[in-house]
Structures are given as structure tokens and as C-alpha cells.
Design a protein around this ligand. Structure first.
Ligand SMILES: [Fe+2]
Length: 306
């Protein structure tokens, strides 16, 4: 592993203490993606979910139905903001306009978590609507630490960074992905959003050891867990797993989640579903299964939060 030096850090550590999730939602630690198809049903039925997560870019417009519904749902549930467009891994400067729009949203809705991706989305000349993989080098880590610091300082709060799903690896890297994330958290003061499906997808695609990956992540830097579905495709005679958030969580990912909860403890956990969106009942069933696994591990080892 590459031993890097400390970057100058401007992010004030006082802001590291965020509202306690447990105080906000009591015992229910499982949330689901908030989709427009479910707005009305949620308001009518107030289903027994701990929280909802939104892609904040969908709420950067001035008003209209998205803000009407998000405002009403936020009166009843904690909300988490999950960004997909900050391009923190780009070597070019952050888009200030995007960052300030996000700050306005954060000030308006006071989400209990704000997260982004370990990825880049293009250059100043061309935005690609995708989460592109980063090389895990000392140089790219310096860039990322600087950008995470800028984002946290602008928002005046801690953010979480999510591990990606990937299909290609760069040559000549200084870190493996887990070590890169741990170093990022140590140097920037951010936390990690551990996406179990992404770990599984990348491990299958690259031949990584998913359990070794989990063992490399200290429990205290994990602030949230994601679960999602993916699909399997054949490509040039090889099996490749594609992360599309469009189906139920597969059995292997449930098993890996159980291992993860045993290692990092009970964390706010999200069932993500972004394509082929099913009924709210299906999301509730997936959330219920996640809760059962968390209860099982909690009873077994007596772990609470952390
Ligand atoms: Fe995710």
C-alpha cells in the first residue's frame, strides 16, 4: 500500500457531529429509495419504514410536484440525500453552481445523511451521465480528498462516499479499492457508504474476495449501507454482472449483507431500486428482510449502532 502524506485540511471537525440517526428514527434503521410513483401511496399509508433516500439532483428545480411531495414526506420521515452528479473524482474543479444548489437543498430539508460517489462524470467541456471508475493512485486520492473537503466545507457537514460497482480496473494502482476508501475517510473526515451489492458485483467481475474487502473497512467509518439488485449478462463468452438497481436483492448479496452487519454493526440501511420500479409493497418486503437480518445479528452479538 502507498503511504501518503496528510493533505492540508480545511474541513472543520466541529461539523463532524451530525444529528443522531437513532434519535431521529428510533428502532427502524431500514429505508428505501423514494420514487415519484410512490409519493401518493406513502402519504396515504405512511408505511412502516425508517427513512427515504432521494437523488438530490431530482430536486434541484425551483418548485413543482417534486418539492411538494418531498416536503410533505419529510414531515413524516427522515430523508437522506444521495448525489450522482458532483464528479468528485474529476481532476478538474468542482461545479460551484451544482454545489451551491445542493447546499440550498441541504439547508431546506436538513437530511440526516448526504452522500456521493467514488467516481467522476466527465470534464468541464463534457458531462457524461454516468459514474466512471477512478484509478486508485496517490495522485487521484489527493484530488478526491481536496474535493471531498471542499464539499464538506461548503455544506458545513460531513458527507459519505459510496464504493462503486465496476467493470474495468486500471493498471498501476497504488491501492486496492477498500484501502483507498479507508485512506480517503482518514484524510478527509468523511464516512463510507458501503454498498453491498456493489462489492459483490465488482468482486465477481474482477475476482476479488468480497469478505476480505469487508474485513478491510473499520466499522466506525461506515455511516450507511446500500442493498440493491443487479443482472447478469454474457459478454464475449464471459459472465459480467451489471449494477442496475432493477430487481430484488439476490441471495448472495443477502448473505454478504449478513456478514457485513456482523462486521460493521447495525447501520442505516437502504434498499435501492431505480429501474423497473416495482410496487411499494415489494420495497417494503425487501426492507423487512433487511430488518430481520439486522435483528438476527443484533440478537446474536448484541451489536447496536456504532
Ligand atoms: Fe448504492
Amino acid at each position: 500500500m502507498f503511504a501518503s502524506s496528510h493533505a492540508k485540511q480545511s474541513f472543520p471537525r466541529d461539523f463532524l457531529s451530525q444529528p443522531s440517526f437513532e434519535k431521529m428514527v428510533g428502532e427502524n434503521m431500514v429505508g428505501v429509495s423514494l420514487k415519484a410513483q410512490h409519493y401518493q401511496t406513502i402519504l396515504e399509508q405512511l408505511p412502516p419504514l425508517g427513512w427515504f433516500e432521494v437523488h438530490c439532483e431530482n430536486y434541484m428545480g425551483a418548485g413543482g410536484a417534486p418539492h411538494y411531495y418531498l416536503g410533505r414526506i419529510a414531515e413524516n420521515y427522515p430523508i437522506s440525500f444521495h448525489g450522482v452528479g458532483m464528479s468528485l473524482g474529476s481532476c478538474q474543479r468542482l461545479d460551484k453552481d451544482h454545489l451551491f444548489k445542493l447546499r440550498e437543498l441541504v439547508d431546506r430539508y436538513c437530511p440526516f445523511l448526504v452522500s456521493e460517489h467514488l467516481a467522476w462524470c466527465g470534464t468541464e467541456q463534457r458531462y457524461l451521465n454516468d459514474l466512471l471508475p477512478m484509478p486508485y493512485t496517490a495522485e487521484s486520492l489527493d484530488v478526491l480528498v481536496r474535493h471531498v473537503d471542499e464539499m464538506q466545507t461548503t455544506l458545513r457537514r460531513q458527507i459519505l462516499i459510496e464504493n462503486p460497482s465496476s467493470y474495468l480496473e486500471y493498471r498501476g494502482q497504488d491501492y486496492d479499492e477498500a484501502a483507498f476508501l479507508v485512506e480517503l475517510a482518514r484524510r478527509s473526515g468523511c464516512k463510507i457508504l458501503l454498498d453491498i451489492n456493489n462489492i459483490y458485483v465488482s468482486s465477481c467481475n474482477h475476482g476479488w474476495d468480497a469478505l476480505a474487502y469487508l474485513r478491510s473497512i473499520p466499522a466506525d467509518i461506515v455511516g450507511e449501507i446500500h442493498l440493491a439488485g443487479h443482472h447478469v449478462r454474457q459478454w464475449r463468452g464471459q459472465e459480467i454482472r451489471i449494477d442496475d438497481h432493477g430487481s430484488n436483492v439476490c441471495e448472495a448479496v443477502w448473505a454478504l449483507f449478513e456478514n457485513a452487519v456482523g462486521m460493521v454493526g447495525i447501520k442505516p440501511t437502504l434498499v435501492e431500486w431505480d429501474s423497473n420500479v416495482p410496487s411499494l409493497l415489494t420495497l417494503l418486503q425487501e426492507a423487512g428482510r433487511a430488518s430481520l437480518i439486522m435483528d438476527k445479528i443484533s440478537d446474536r452479538v448484541g451489536c447496536h449502532g456504532g
